[in-house]
Design a protein around this ligand. Structure first.
Ligand SMILES: Cc1cc2nc3c(=O)[nH]c(=O)nc-3n(C[C@H](O)[C@H](O)[C@H](O)COP(=O)(O)OP(=O)(O)OC[C@H]3O[C@@H](n4cnc5c(N)ncnc54)[C@H](O)[C@@H]3O)c2cc1C
Length: 425
């Protein structure tokens, strides 16, 4: 059903199949590994109506370049020899592939195929929800204790670490590590320990009381124990223009976007650790940074503050708060800012805005009563047990003072040892 082809075969394949989907993959590519089983299983169902082919990108560079393929994996869909639909890139979800495949077929045929996909039930001893450092540490300990362990993540392994440009405080490395490399090492270590991964999946339903998680719409995973390690996400300001210009001038990730502001003017919203530490990184690119902080002082650690105040590119506006984001006629960002002492508002025109105003726990999937603190972080006991029997929580998602990679890893260690003991009882 799924055929490996080379660039020489491509034109012939394209001419002889009305519908075709092409997967450009690479070796040593975690998102390619995550895609392979999904692509295989969809080929089984859609294979009669759509030709499924894959091509090794490094071995077929000429065609990859001609088609403008710049990352692996890339899925391209063709109808009657012409590219159609969206290209899917990186951590590709099954739901998105299905949408594109369905669009190649008449509606009734797509419906018929979808209804033939039978629900599957998978069993595991421990299900770890979230493959950030907390989840991966838990996975490593569980697998090394011979507990059958499945790590499920809606994205790719690594969590927030993948978007951290450099980590210099994780023990074991003399030199600062690039966040994505540290994530990669953790995931490889977990795999080597025997942890199974289901990543870039749609997590449709989480039933904590019954220890069941439904992924990709058709697979129910039943576990004896669940460890929640879903971490935290950036908090939004919820002011006019924020949603509208997200990704079009407003960013929440310096590692991802600072490089696009070479010699440009940038506004940073926030004055805590993340805002101030990230300003140091953004300053490597931007020519001017205005930092807007609502409090009368920055709240970052002293060392970071000293660096920030010593940087001639950074101008800090204390006791100011953003009130809205707008675009100028020449497509620049405009930030409406209120001086909290005088009530006066001014418009700052800039090339881009970075928002770092804290985090919120990723607990939207919790539908059952569970003890949390006033901010929604999950309360745990000293062995990381939540108020739901058999459910543990670790890392940034729990109620605690210090949220770091090392503390997430520590929580994961504790939960996995406690969990192993309970399973072995
Ligand atoms: C910009 C930045 C820089 C930082 N720098 C440092 C540093 O230098 N040193 C340091 O120690 N710490 C640093 N931190 C903090 C550190 O990254 C976090 O404390 C740590 O990653 C928390 O790990 P975690 O496993 O709890 O969660 P996360 O890293 O948040 O991972 C959670 C995972 O859960 C997944 N997930 C979320 N919801 C679901 C769901 N419903 N179903 C399935 N999966 C889900 C996510 O996709 C993610 O992969 C930084 C954080 C940021 C944002």
């Amino acid at each position: 059903m799924l055929t490996e082809i080379n660039q020489q075969d491509f034109e012939k394949e394209l001419q002889s199949h009305e519908n075709l989907v092409l997967d450009f993959y690479s070796t040593e590519c975690p998102p390619c590994e995550a895609l392979a089983p999904k692509f295989d299983s969809l080929a089984e169902f859609y294979g009669k109506d759509i030709r499924f082919v894959k091509m090794f990108r490094q071995g077929n560079r000429e065609l990859a370049e001609k088609l403008g393929v710049k990352s692996s994996p890339t899925l391209i869909f063709y109808k009657n020899g012409k590219e159609t639909g969206d290209r899917l890139i990186g951590g590709i979800k099954k739901g998105d592939i299905v949408k594109n495949l369905d669009s190649l077929l008449p509606a009734e045929q797509a419906e018929k195929i979808r209804s033939a996909i039978k629900p599957v039930v998978t069993h595991t001893e421990a299900l770890v929800l979230g493959a950030g450092p907390g989840g991966m540490a838990a996975g490593i300990y569980l697998a090394q204790a011979k507990i059958d362990t499945l790590l499920v993540d809606q994205g790719l392994p690594g969590g927030q670490v993948t978007t951290t440009h450099q980590v210099s405080n994780y023990p074991g490395f003399v030199d600062p590590q690039k966040g994505y490399m540290l994530s990669h090492f953790m995931a490889e270590q977990a795999k080597a320990a025997g942890v199974k991964f289901k990543v870039a999946v749609d997590v449709n339903k989480v039933d904590l009381a019954n220890k069941e998680v439904v992924v990709d719409g058709y697979e129910t995973i039943k576990a004896k124990k669940i460890i929640i390690s879903t971490g935290a996400s950036p908090r939004y300001l919820n002011i006019p223009g924020e949603k509208e210009f997200y990704g079009k001038g407003i960013s929440y990730c310096a590692t991802c976007d600072a490089k696009y502001y070479h010699d440009k003017d940038v506004v940073i919203i926030g004055g805590g650790n993340t805002a101030v530490e990230e300003s140091e990184f953004i300053s490597k690119f931007a020519s001017k940074i205005t930092m807007i902080q609502q409090l009368p002082q920055l709240t970052a650690n002293k060392t970071a503050q000293e660096k920030c105040f010593a940087d001639p590119k950074i101008n800090v506006l204390l006791e100011h708060e953003p009130r809205g984001f707008y675009k100028t006629d020449d497509d620049k960002m405009m930030v409406k800012v209120e001086n909290l002492k005088t009530g006066e508002t001014t418009d700052i025109v800039t090339d881009g805005v970075f928002v770092f105003v804290g985090m919120k726990p990723n607990t939207d999937f919790v539908n059952e009563p569970m003890d949390t603190d006033d901010w929604g972080y999950i309360k745990v006991d000293d062995e990381m047990r939540t108020s739901i029997p058999g459910v543990y929580a670790v890392g940034d998602v729990i109620s605690k003072k210090y949220r770091q990679i090392t503390t997430a890893v520590g929580d994961g260690t504790i939960a996995s040892i406690a969990c192993t003991r309970e399973i072995e009882k």
